[in-house]
Ligand binder design. Structure first.
Ligand SMILES: [Zn+2]
Length: 259
């Protein structure tokens, strides 16, 4: 599923459309337009030039001339298609087929090029001027004090807090499992109950996992998820991994070294 790393790939891909002017927008799926009617969005986008492609957490933002912003969300299965090519060949949980009916937003530019948001399960969405302030600090820019503030004194499970996009933006289910596995922390620990050393280890693991899995090719390339799919044993100590639901999400962890 698109987490920070995948959406960052989309953002780099979307840089190709910076400077282009939208001739016509198509938003055929009313469900996918999260504010107003599709016709209003299409009218608002026509004639606008794309000035920047930014990302905050899992939200991709195209800045338009005149000050409006177009927010694109990819849900579980959304991908970006720019000038006919995709940035990510294989997306966990999504189909790699190209079905025109899965195109939830198409921007046709004046130079004949195009951008498509293709989402089979349509759990993503588009909206004009999304509320970026509702998102927490982007995980790639997260400092240790930011993390301490995000965890606060919460008694919520640590993993649930990491997945809360209003606290830290960009971490999804796969990244969270790898981060907690590397940090040696049990996903169900109360978020506000970490020692200073544990919090520092968690912070280091967040940045390490983003760098490592980014270099490997995406959120699905983590060690613990790979082991769970292979032999079910912790790569660090050989203990059978456990699968639980934490914060409503399937969670893989090691009962031996994640405390
Ligand atoms: Zn282990």
């Amino acid at each position: 599923m698109p987490e920070l790393l995948e959406v960052e790939s989309y953002r780099r891909q979307a840089e190709a459309v910076v400077g282009r002017t939208i001739a016509r927008a198509e938003a055929p799926d009313a469900w996918f337009v999260k504010a107003g009617e599709p016709a209003e969005l299409e009218a608002a986008l026509a004639g606008r030039r794309v000035e920047a492609a930014r990302r905050r957490g899992k939200l991709l933002v195209l800045d338009l001339d005149g000050g409006d912003r177009l927010g694109l969300r990819f849900g579980m299965t959304g991908r970006l298609v720019v000038d006919g090519s995709v940035a990510i060949e294989k997306l966990e949980y999504s189909s790699n087929r190209a079905e025109p009916r899965w195109d939830r937003l198409v921007l046709h530019f004046t130079d004949g090029t195009e951008l498509r948001l293709r989402d089979p399960r349509r759990l993503g969405g588009v909206r004009l001027d999304p509320d970026e302030d509702a998102l927490g600090v982007d995980a790639l820019a997260l400092t240790l004090p930011d993390l301490a503030a995000a965890l606060g004194t919460s008694t919520a499970p640590l993993k649930a807090r990491l997945l809360d996009q209003s606290r830290v933006a960009g971490i999804g289910n796969l990244l969270a499992d790898e981060i907690l596995w590397r940090a040696g922390l049990d996903p169900v620990r109360p978020a506000g109950g970490l020692s200073d050393a544990e919090r520092a280890a968690l912070h280091a693991a967040i940045l390490e996992v983003l760098a490592d899995l980014g270099a490997r090719g995406g959120s699905h390339t983590g060690d613990v998820r790979g082991a769970a799919a292979l032999d079910g044993l912790c790569p660090r100590d050989g203990t059978p991994l456990v699968r639980r639901t934490v914060g409503g999400r399937t969670t893989v962890s090691c009962p031996a070294h994640q405390r």
